[in-house]
Ligand binder design. Structure first.
Ligand code: HAM
Length: 422
């Protein structure tokens, strides 16, 4: 019986894996120069970590978590995101003894959403968190770093939208104003939003139902309700972005699907030419100044974001991703086969990517296989070559072919590999 994968859980095949590695390499390189260090977090956490941080009335906690009881009877959850686990680890290992901690992580997240293009039940994020900094310059710098990553990956039509959701001082008055506004429009809202008027009114601004979009068009703006501290912080963010040359748009309707945010929130979308459908947010994040304290740690202002790997990978131009060419080694006959073993391991030691054809097939059949394996180079060791201490090497793309003393062949190949030094 054939067993297939679970809907919404994908295999990342080698061609796609190559693109992912390119993205991760670039992200690691850039995050490193901005002072981030990697943290590896578990995929399974206690359920309460997420319900207490993401928010009981969010879609994620209400209906998207993979929660189950383990053999000991404890409720555990496959992480739907990485911020809460990062904060848990920060407190558990007392990383707050350092003045500032900059962490990044990569790995799978799990949400029981309706699968479609760009939306999966297991998806991967690259996330970054800065713990212990209050200045809006930090927010601006993180966005500058994201913009640099997208630029280096040649992602087109990137748009950064920013907003401020205020703080526990000013948000209640906005919430009250919005609740009053929504009450007046109750009849025009979808059932979900009607239910949420009291519990989580901000979510109504993010509802995709047409009636809700129309009904909330003139909703009060959160930016009109910010307290002096939050207003100053938001002005500082915009000034920082201007100074750093990061382009952005203010979107006061932007709310997030997680409840822990305070002050700055943002989303990055990219022009996808329809490739991603409605799922065009490739990264998102913001400030969560109260989360560390709420989880039992010291007062620690924080900012972070996460990039959706699948969505970003879809936008990367495949032809710009460096591919290390395969060298296909063809020994002709038993003696050549024995001799080739040392040569092949020597070529690998010198950093080439080598696969040999040990079938003892005809040259024609071996060349056909080299072609089908998309080999960049072929090395042939036949009787004549053995007599001369040489090999024949061929560059597949150009057809250039030479018989060369064995010890110069690696250099001959390397000179013909474009791009980075190998
Ligand atoms: P989020 O907006 O829930 O934020 O997710 C961030 C990104 O992950 C999204 O913009 C999207 O690219 C990707 N993503 C989310 N759900 C899916 C899915 N079902 N399939 C494919 N991609 C998806 C967070 O997770 C926060 N932890 C970000 C953050 C870090 N805030 C502060 N620090």
């Amino acid at each position: 019986m054939k067993v297939t994968s679970i809907r919404g859980f994908n295999d990342i095949l080698p061609d796609e894996g190559r693109v992912w590695r390119h993205i991760e390499d670039e992200a690691r390189r850039i995050f490193d120069v901005y002072g981030f260090s990697e943290i590896r977090l578990p995929v399974l956490e206690k359920t309460e970590l997420f319900s207490r941080t993401i928010g009981e009335t969010t879609d994620i906690v209400e209906k998207q978590m993979y929660t189950f009881t383990d053999r000991h009877g404890d409720s555990v959850t496959l992480r739907p995101e990485g911020t809460a686990p990062a904060v848990r680890a920060y407190i558990e290992h007392r990383l707050y003894t350092a003045p500032v901690t900059r962490l990044f992580y990569t790995g799978p997240m799990f949400r029981y959403e309706r699968p479609q293009k760009g939306r999966y039940r297991q998806f991967y994020q690259i996330g970054a968190e800065i713990l212990g900094e209050e200045s809006p310059m930090v927010d601006a710098e993180a966005l500058h770093m994201l913009a640099a990553l997208f630029r280096n990956l040649d992602i087109r039509g990137v748009e950064i939208e920013v907003n401020s959701l205020g703080c526990p001082v000013c948000r209640p008055s906005y919430r009250e104003a919005l609740t009053g506004f929504l009450e007046d429009k109750r009849d025009r809202l979808c059932a979900n939003c009607r239910r949420r008027i009291d519990k989580n009114p901000l979510r109504a601004l993010d509802c995709k139902a047409r009636g809700c979009i129309e009904a909330t068009q003139d909703a009060p703006s959160v930016l009109d309700y910010l307290c002096a501290g939050c207003k100053g912080h938001f002005e500082g963010l915009k000034a920082g972005l201007d100074r750093m040359g990061v382009e952005y748009r203010v979107n006061p309707r932007m709310v997030r699907g997680l409840d822990y945010y305070t002050r700055t929130t943002f989303e990055v979308t990219a022009y996808t030419g329809g490739a991603l459908g409605a799922q065009n947010a490739i990264a998102a994040g913001g400030r969560y100044d109260d989360l560390v304290r709420e989880l039992g740690g010291p007062e620690t202002p924080c900012f972070g974001f996460a990039i959706g790997m699948e969505r970003l990978a879809m936008l990367v131009d495949r032809s710009a991703v460096p591919e290390r060419p395969l060298v296909f080694f063809i020994p002709m006959g038993g003696e050549a086969g024995r001799m080739s073993i040392g040569m092949i391991s020597d070529l690998r030691q010198r950093g080439l990517r080598v696969v040999a054809d040990h079938r003892g097939a005809s040259l024609k059949s071996s060349m056909k296989r080299a072609d089908r394996m998309r080999a960049g180079f072929v090395i042939i060791l036949g009787e004549d070559e053995m007599k001369e201490g040489a090999v024949t090497v061929k560059q597949m793309e150009t057809g250039a072919q030479e018989r060369l003393p064995y010890d110069v062949v690696a250099d001959w190949i390397r000179e013909r590999i474009p791009g980075r030094p190998q």
